[in-house]
Design a binder for this molecule. Sequence first.
Ligand code: ZN
Length: 240
Amino acid sequence: MHRCPDSSVRRPRVMYLDLDLHFSDAVSEAFLDSSATALGPQILTLSIHHSTPGFFPHSYLATLRDPSADRFDPFTLSMPLDRGATDATFARIWPSVERVKEAFRPEVLIVQCGVDGLAGDSHAIWNWSLNDGEGSLGWCVDRICNQWGCTVLMLGGGGYNHPNAARAWTYLTSIALRRPLARDADIPDHAAFPLYAPSFTLDVPAGNAPDQNGDAYLDEITTYFHEVARMIEERMSTCT
Ligand SMILES: [Zn+2]
């Protein structure tokens, strides 16, 4: 059953966007079908992650689920990406993320900044750069923090190359403060300084792994989220 919020209990709409390599199983499951409560569509979760048989965590929610299915919840969304995802792939899927955001019109944006999808992480699955320009993690977080017009809460997440995780969260914090550090900024001398070899800079560049997210799949994502955004708009239009 679709319900609209009771105006007496109107609360801010919250979008949870998860950029970690792993699916946001706990958060997604916690808010699955929450739009069917008396509060109506108040929370939307979108996880961009890697998913393949055997990859943690297993969840039936971690796929591109059929929007025409009876129990499909357009406020619990999943965008699985294949191995080798680069800045170019993120630049290609980002309009779909923004399409969903514009349909839902969140007032609060919670972004989970897991950095285990960056190049150099021990998972070695994605090939995402921190700050190489359009589509990089820094570019995405800049749009979220400085262009989306939401109140933003940034969270950490996975990140198993510890120097790169420190680089990433330092850089993302500088973006949130609107004082972005240069990608070639020197790492200051400190006890862990040798771990930042060989560059000793803030940069986390992409590697050479092939991007297995082909045109056909990226087109499928675009089409899928366009349809889902229309479903969200339809549900929102009856509630505002
Ligand atoms: Zn993770």
